[in-house]
Structures are given as structure tokens and as C-alpha cells.
Design a protein around this ligand. Structure first.
Ligand SMILES: NC(=O)c1ccc[n+]([C@@H]2O[C@H](COP(=O)([O-])OP(=O)(O)OC[C@H]3O[C@@H](n4cnc5c(N)ncnc54)[C@H](OP(=O)(O)O)[C@@H]3O)[C@@H](O)[C@H]2O)c1
Length: 323
């Protein structure tokens, strides 16, 4: 297949491209050249900023287009205008954040979607991200038809995870000692390895699938405690232990919510971390064992430098644990 990837040089798109090339597909990438500009020297690179200039897409025809970086519905429309029907089967990368807060585990792809108070908002924040992705999905189906594929990942993890949310935990636990673990420990947790996501997205296109799919694992309910304990098992040295603390203790230590990556605290939206992956599994999403993802993530962290200020500092940990 000739596949056009909007993005394709950073994380989700990068691993999709790697898998698509490995499967023998002919891939074109469109991006600004800001991230991973030296990747994939043998591919056709069309340079441009999707917000201002899509003219490098004026030539060409593709069997499929994978849009990895649409955050606003107008970006979906301008891409559809530029491709003018030459993009083939469309796949939009969306998010599980599209749902209205579920009241329990196991929602499927037909669950109620979030609605924005102001549908014209253009600022992408934690509050507007999900609602804007809903509008992107609607715009994609409107412009590319009912065969449009929509992939809704949970937290994407693995090598090249520039968000450093999951890698921070892996690196911290690998350092050993007593690791503060903010509760509630039985909060749900899900992730998807970027390599499994990429391979499965290629397969969805090869199999001509359509409609929305969760990209998440494992099947619910998997807990935050199980995720952190799996990390201790995979990369913890002897003597590494988790010390559970409450959200009130985190606050009393002066640690702002959000400082612990991936931690939802008492967030009412926690059931977004317990979506039903059955539809994806039935179409070939095959998540590798979590321990493999954790070990490979640790190996990756040793090849790069974590951005300063990521996660909770040693001083904050001491304050929290009273050491
Ligand atoms: N990461 C997660 O945990 C997660 C979870 C759920 C859903 N998602 C969804 O997954 C998708 C991919 O996320 P990501 O974190 O891997 O990548 P991302 O940061 O959204 O996209 C990066 C790619 O898009 C290109 N790009 C960004 N802005 C562009 C622009 N204005 N014009 C042209 N190219 C542009 C980048 O290249 P240049 O910088 O060179 O332009 C790069 O190749 C997103 O749609 C996100 O909502 C991610």
C-alpha cells in the first residue's frame, strides 16, 4: 500500500512508520522537520506545517492516510481539502479521552462522548483535549466517509516516549530504595506499547477495517498497584519497595497534583483507564507482556536525558515520606 502519514517522526507515528516499512509498504511522511528530522532517510518526506501550508501534498495519491497529529477539527478539514480525495482509506489517531466520564469499568466504543461547552475553542488543554478530539473524529468521518478508522489509545508507552510519564516511573523504580506510591492503589490503569499499537494500526489498514477502536491493555480491571508492582518486578533491585501514600499526604507535602506522572489521584474520570479492548483484540491487537515494555523502556531511558523537572524530586520524596 502507498501510505501517507501526517506526522510520523516522533512517537506514535514513528512506530507506525517503522512497522509499515517493515511490512513492505510505501510510506510518505508529512511533517515540519522539527522532531526526528533525520529519521527514515529513504522515505519520501513532504515538509510543511499543517496549520499554514499543506502545498507539498498537492501531488500524489495514496491508498491510505494516517493522521497522527490532529488536535483541532479545522486541521482535519484543511487536510481533507488539500488531499481532495487522493488520500484513500483514512485513519485518525484519537484518544480514550473522547468519552464523557464513565461511571464504571468496561465501556465499549459506543459509550457517550464528551461535549465541549464552547465548540469553537481552539486552545488544547487538559479540559478541552477530549472534546476537541471528538470534533476531530466527527470531522474525519464527515470528510472521509463511514469507512474512516478511528483509533483511541490510552496512555501510549515504550521506547521514544517523549512525554516521560511512564519512563519516569520505570527510571525511578529502577533506582531502587523506598518509592512513594500515591494511592488509591486500586485505581484502574491501562497502557499500550507504542510498537504493538503501530503494528496493529498497519494491520487494520491491511484488513480494510473501519470504525472506532480502543487501543488499551490489559482488559479491565488492572490496577495502578499492579502496574507499579509489575515495574518493581521487571526492573527493581533487591530491597526496592513501594510505600503507599494518600492524596491528602501528597497535598500536605506541598506536591502539586500532576507531579507524579500518570497518577490520577481522586479524579472522577478514572474509569477512562478501564476501557474494554475486546474489539481491538479481535482485530489483532496483541500487547506484549508488560514486563517487556518496562525493560525496553528502561533501556531507552539510558540512551537519552530526561528533561529537567520531570516527576517528583528526591527532596519532595523525602518530605512526603518524612525522611
Ligand atoms: N502519547 C500518548 O500517550 C497518547 C495517548 C492517547 C492519544 N494520543 C494521540 O496520539 C497521537 C500521536 O501523539 P504523539 O505524542 O506520538 O505525537 P504528536 O506529538 O502529536 O505528533 C508528532 C508528529 O506530528 C508532527 N507534527 C506535529 N505538529 C505538526 C504540524 N503542525 N504540521 C506538521 N506536522 C506536525 C511532528 O513532526 P514535526 O514536529 O517535525 O512537525 C511529529 O512527526 C496524537 O494524536 C495524540 O492525541 C497520544
Amino acid at each position: 500500500m502507498r501510505i501517507l502519514v501526517i506526522g510520523g517522526t516522533r512517537f506514535v507515528g514513528r512506530h507506525f512508520v517503522e512497522q509499515a516499512v517493515e511490512r513492505g509498504h510505501d510510506v510518505t511522511v508529512f511533517h515540519r522537520g522539527r522532531t526526528g528530522a533525520d529519521l527514515f532517510p529513504d522515505l519520501d518526506h513532504r515538509m510543511g506545517d499543517r496549520d499554514t501550508d499543506l502545498s507539498t501534498l498537492a501531488e500524489g495519491e495514496w491508498d491510505a492516510t494516517v493522521d497522527t497529529c490532529a488536535y483541532l477539527p479545522r486541521q482535519v478539514h484543511t487536510l481533507a481539502d488539500a488531499l481532495d480525495g487522493r488520500g484513500g482509506h483514512h485513519l485518525l489517531v484519537s484518544s480514550v479521552s473522547v468519552y464523557a466520564a464513565p461511571d464504571g469499568p468496561g465501556i465499549d466504543e459506543d459509550a457517550a462522548l464528551a461535549e465541549l461547552h464552547d465548540p469553537d475553542v481552539e486552545e488544547v488543554t487538559n479540559e478541552t483535549y477530549g472534546g476537541l478530539k471528538v470534533l476531530c473524529e466527527r470531522a474525519a468521518v464527515d470528510r472521509h466517509g463511514p469507512d474512516t478508522l478511528v483509533v483511541r489509545p490510552t496512555f501510549v508507552v515504550g521506547p521514544d516516549d517523549y512525554t516521560w510519564r511512564f519512563p519516569w516511573w520505570v527510571q525511578r523504580i529502577a533506582r531502587g530504595g523506598t518509592v512513594p506510591a500515591p494511592g488509591p492503589a486500586d485505581a484502574p490503569a491501562q497502557v499500550i506499547d507504542v510498537r504493538d499499537l503501530g503494528a496493529w494500526m498497519v494491520r487494520l489498514l491491511e484488513d480494510g477495517r473501519s470504525g472506532p477502536f480502543h487501543a488499551a491493555s490489559p482488559a479491565p480491571v488492572f490496577t495502578w498497584r499492579e502496574q507499579l508492582e509489575a515495574t518493581v518486578d521487571a526492573v527493581g533491585q533487591d530491597g526496592t519497595r513501594l510505600q503507599w501514600v494518600t492524596p491528602a499526604e501528597v497535598e500536605a507535602a506541598g506536591i502539586e497534583p500532576g507531579a507524579f506522572p500518570l497518577w490520577a489521584g481522586d479524579d472522577p474520570d478514572v474509569w477512562l483507564m478501564a476501557v474494554d479492548p475486546a474489539r481491538a483484540f479481535s482485530t489483532g491487537l496483541t500487547p506484549r507482556p508488560l514486563g517487556d515494555t518496562i525493560r525496553d523502556t528502561l533501556a531507552w531511558t539510558r540512551t537519552v536525558t530526561m528533561p529537567e523537572g520531570t516527576g517528583v524530586s528526591a527532596a519532595q520524596e523525602r518530605r512526603l515520606l518524612g525522611g
